[in-house]
Structures are given as structure tokens and as C-alpha cells.
Design a protein. Structure first.
Lengths: 113, 110
């Protein structure tokens, strides 16, 4: 069955540094992979999508890479701020073009001032 | 912006009660989903719907049913609530690329 793993449950970094979160998957070749942010007690919020034929995507201070050989996506937040503290989820689509998402369990990022 | 509204933020119900969780979207999205989220288990898909009156089981449908009588409304029903259904329930729609989630309903079954 499809499996998606985020390498750490928690990541603590200092303000101003770059946060790098990892997402690995097995047993599937997704057409695209998504990243979400979730704050406590709230639903996830969509951040970025990257397709299998895209190596990298950027949005402001966010950067996502997608390596289909390694079956891995990296999510970077540059110049991190305490307001970036949240849980970040990766998700891949399975089951076809209107397929459903399978989510990783998330990495809780804490940015210390 | 697409809005997905879940009728209740917090609910407390008794074991054996029939529970209705409502979700309404204000865009014309065909695809709607119900997830539950538990610590250590992440988000798991309960049911989804691609169109009015259509429904498909997700990964953990047991003990749940759904209703989609109108395109904008997708209801999750707990036929007879049990304590192991205490969880955060999240509704979502799919339009364009990403999913839009509601704020969630935290259900406690006592």
C-alpha cells in the first residue's frame, strides 16, 4: 500500500534560519505532491503543489523540491519567523486524477526568536 | 476565496446517539471529503463524494455514513456514536489544485 512519511515529528530552529522538512513516499509514483500548513485546532491550509515533472517550485519564502528518483520532497522556509511555527503536512494523490489525498503525519515546526 | 463551513466547532455527545456533522461550501465544487484526525495517526479519509447523491468509502468508513442531497452540502453521520469516534473531523473540497478544509469539528463522545 502507499506510504508517506515525514522524517521528524518536530523541528526546532532559530529565527532567521532556513527550515527544511522532508517527505518520503513508497510504493507509488504520484502525479503531484502537496504541502499544507496546520495551526492548532484548525484545518490544514494548502500552500504549494508540485508536479512530477517539476523539480522545484517557489512561493515567497517557501521552496519545494520533488525528486521522483529518491521518492522525496523537501520543503524549505527561508528566513524563518516565529509566525511560521505550525505543523506542516505533505500529501500525495492516489487513485487517479480525481484521486484522494494520503497525508503524512506532519512535522511540527517551532521557530524560536 | 472558497469557504468551507462546518456547523459546529465543538460537540459533546453520548454513546449510542446519532450524530450529524454538517459541511457547506460556497463554491461550485463537485468533490467533497470527510477526514478524521487523531494524534499519531494523522488524517484518515472516511468518505468522499464526486457529485450529488454519489458517495464512495474511504479508508475507515465503518460506523459512518454520509449524505449529499445538494452539491454544496455534505453531511457525515455517526449512526450510533462510540467513544472511539472521539476525534477531530475535517471536511474538505477539491477545486483547482489544492484542497480547502473547514475549521474542523472536535467531537467528544462520552
Amino acid at each position: 500500500s502507499q506510504k508517506i512519511e515525514q522524517n521528524s515529528e518536530a523541528l526546532n530552529i532559530q529565527e532567521g534560519k532556513t527550515a527544511t522538512l522532508t517527505c518520503n513516499y513508497t510504493n507509488y509514483s504520484p502525479a503531484y505532491l502537496q504541502w499544507y500548513r496546520q495551526d492548532p485546532g484548525r484545518g490544514p491550509v494548502f500552500l504549494l503543489l508540485i508536479r512530477e515533472n517539476e523539480k522545484e517550485k517557489r512561493k515567497e519564502r517557501l521552496k519545494v523540491t520533488f525528486d521522483t528518483t529518491l521518492k522525496q520532497s523537501l520543503f524549505h522556509i527561508t528566513a524563518s519567523q516565529p509566525a511560521d511555527s505550525a505543523t506542516y503536512l505533505c500529501a500525495l494523490v492516489y487513485g487517479g486524477s480525481q484521486g484522494n489525498l494520503i497525508f503524512g503525519k506532519g512535522t511540527k515546526l517551532s521557530v524560536k526568536p | 476565496d472558497v469557504k468551507v463551513t462546518q456547523s459546529s466547532r465543538y460537540l459533546v455527545k453520548r454513546t449510542g446517539e446519532k450524530v450529524f456533522l454538517e459541511c457547506v461550501q460556497d463554491m461550485d465544487h463537485e468533490n467533497m471529503f470527510w477526514y478524521r484526525q487523531d494524534p499519531g495517526l494523522g488524517l484518515r479519509l472516511i468518505y468522499f463524494s464526486y457529485d450529488v447523491k454519489m458517495k464512495e468509502k474511504g479508508d475507515i468508513p465503518e460506523g459512518y455514513s454520509v449524505s449529499r442531497e445538494k452539491k454544496e452540502r455534505f453531511s457525515l453521520i455517526l449512526e450510533s456514536a462510540s467513544t472511539n469516534q472521539t476525534s477531530m473531523y475535517l471536511c474538505a473540497t477539491l477545486g483547482g489544485y489544492g484542497y480547502t478544509f473547514g475549521s474542523g469539528t472536535r467531537l467528544t463522545v462520552v
